[in-house]
Write a protein that binds this ligand. Structure first.
Ligand code: AMP
Length: 222
């Protein structure tokens, strides 16, 4: 099976959830660039110049790509050298980033080990899901919206308090959709399709159904 699995999707598409499920199933490491950037924000020893570049996150903008590469390539190298497979979640948000990651994989001689999954979802459904999803203040897990968990306020994994994520306001969500919606995703997906690396699954279904599809397609590849 491929060692590097890239998840592409608009905000709210469930790419983070799918990445987590897949990582758990195969013992892969999930690298979420959003988590790496939020960890830097919280790190009292983080480089102040790098931390300055994070202010755009609250406004729904994209962080400077050079900082994303610095953090993510280091994490990928570290886990690969420990023999781990990797699931990348949210790492690629522009064609320029897709090309930079591909150049990194080629120079690391692992480009033949990469596959990209697009979790396809219309912008409007992603927007509605984001308005209602929650995050655990203790362990950081994102709790996707489902009709049956709307009133749940305690994390089932760790017992922590759940809240709406600070950058999940209606204004920020709208801005994220402009900057990270399907209009932006389409050329990225087309780039991976041109490399013969793209698998698209319908994200407008139950989490477990999307997961089953991803597993089936991944395992039928190798
Ligand atoms: P996420 O947790 O994936 O929704 O990411 C949260 C925020 O982190 C995004 O809205 C961006 O501001 C920033 N971010 C995450 N990944 C990237 C990336 N690959 N390039 C630029 N900014 C990113």
């Amino acid at each position: 099976m491929k060692k590097i699995i890239i998840f592409l999707g608009i905000p709210g598409s469930g790419k983070g959830t799918q990445a987590r499920l897949l990582a758990q199933r195969y013992g892969y490491v999930q690298i979420s660039t959003g988590d790496l950037l939020r960890a830097l924000e919280q790190d009292p020893h983080g480089d102040p110049q790098d931390k300055e570049k994070l202010s755009v996150m609250k406004a729904g903008g994209l962080v400077d790509s050079a900082l994303v590469y610095k953090l993510t390539f280091a994490a990928i190298r570290q886990h690969l050298s420990a023999g781990k497979g990797i699931v990348l979640d949210g790492a690629i948000r522009s064609v320029e980033q897709a090309k930079a990651f591909e150049a990194f994989f080629v120079s690391s001689h692992i480009d033949h080990e990469v596959v990209a999954f697009e979790i396809a979802l219309p912008d409007e459904i992603g927007r509605l899901r984001m308005l209602k999803r929650k995050v655990c203040t203790a362990c950081g897990h994102i709790i996707p919206y489902r009709p049956d968990n709307e009133s749940v306020m305690i994390c089932s994994a760790c017992g922590g308090q759940l809240m709406i994520r600070a950058d999940d306001t209606p204004e920020t969500i709208d801005k994220r959709m402009v900057q990270q919606g399907n209009a932006v995703l389409a050329p990225i997906a087309a780039y991976y399709a041109s490399l013969g690396m793209l698998i698209t699954v319908d994200g407008n279904r139950l989490i477990e159904d999307v997961d089953a599809d991803v597993v089936r397609l991944l395992e039928s590849q190798s």
